[in-house]
Design a protein around this ligand. Structure first.
Ligand code: SAM
Length: 268
């Protein structure tokens, strides 16, 4: 696969290019996505087509967003043998997924990709901004990031990413991938995760912006107690009214606790 001379070039480190070459991993990802007729599958970072071409063979048509202009022509040329590639030359962080869904004629797109690891958190938060336009996401990320996404209170890696992702999505880690499955091999293990967005109102979030602000404030100073970390956002009486002890720290509060904190009236 991808033996075209046009593709034989060095990976660009600053674009997080670690190309998958392990066919069994690629097949497991395609199976996890399980494209169905009518699905609008949108891949972030097709690279040299490791996932794109098997997805095209299975589904016939894929939209893919690639930032590296050097990859576009070789991708277009190689894709012809597999199906119809709708290639978007863009920085994914500039892509309006709502407008993209509209262009593709669907209410919700399905996102997938082996993400550039240096951008994984910004891409995740960008996707959350368009949660209502996204049916699900299957992403390869650093295993450490997937661990953070799925962590609960008390875990050392529980943080803002865990609370925000779990408030907006059902998070299901699927499987771990070793560095040797990529070229060049990254220094760390990777993992594939499935995210299924839900309306945060369904878990009680009344004001998404205030919820996000409270979570950011609480974890911005994660060693501080709630009383101190949230001064200016909520006073002791309000924290207690949310059923939480003011001497707790952010890392001890579960998602439901943050939902209650985010729903408190604004002070001041
Ligand atoms: N999907 C390919 C694979 O599995 O072999 C490539 C994965 S590689 C880890 C990440 C890909 O994302 C690269 O093709 C890189 O050029 C692309 N990329 C990096 N930054 C991007 C951005 N801001 N927007 C869109 N694509 C980006």
């Amino acid at each position: 696969m991808n033996d075209s001379p046009a593709f034989r070039r060095d990976a660009k480190k600053h674009l997080g290019q670690n190309f998958l070459h392990d066919h069994s991993v690629i097949e497991r990802i395609v199976q996890a996505i399980d494209p169905r007729p009518g699905d609008a599958i949108v891949e972030i970072g097709p690279g040299q087509g490791a996932l794109t071409f098997p997805l095209l063979q299975r589904h016939g048509r894929i939209t893919a967003i690639e930032f590296d202009r050097d990859l576009l022509d070789p991708l277009r040329a190689a894709a012809q043998a597999h199906g119809e590639l709708d290639l978007v030359a863009a920085n994914v962080l500039d892509v309006d997924f709502g407008a993209l869904a509209q262009r593709l004629g669907v209410e919700q797109i399905r996102l997938a990709g082996n993400l550039p690891y240096n951008l994984s958190s910004p891409i995740l938060f960008h996707a959350l901004d368009y949660a209502t336009s996204i049916r699900d996401m299957h992403f390869m990320l650093q295993k450490e990031v997937v661990d953070r996404m799925a962590a609960g209170p008390g875990s050392k890696v529980y943080g803002r990413l865990s609370v925000m992702l779990q408030a907006y999505c059902a998070v299901t880690p699927l499987f771990v991938v070793a560095p040797g499955s990529f070229r060049p091999a990254p220094k760390v293990d990777s993992a594939v995760v499935r995210l299924v967005p839900r309306d945060p109102a369904s878990i009680g979030v009344q004001d998404p912006k205030r919820f996000a602000d409270v979570v950011r404030a609480a974890f911005g100073q994660r060693r501080k107690t709630l009383r101190n970390a949230l001064s200016g956002v909520a006073d002791v009486a309000l924290i207690e009214a949310a059923g939480l002890r003011p001497e707790l720290r952010a890392e001890q509060i579960d998602v439901a606790g943050f939902v209650r904190l985010g729903n408190l009236p604004v002070i001041g």
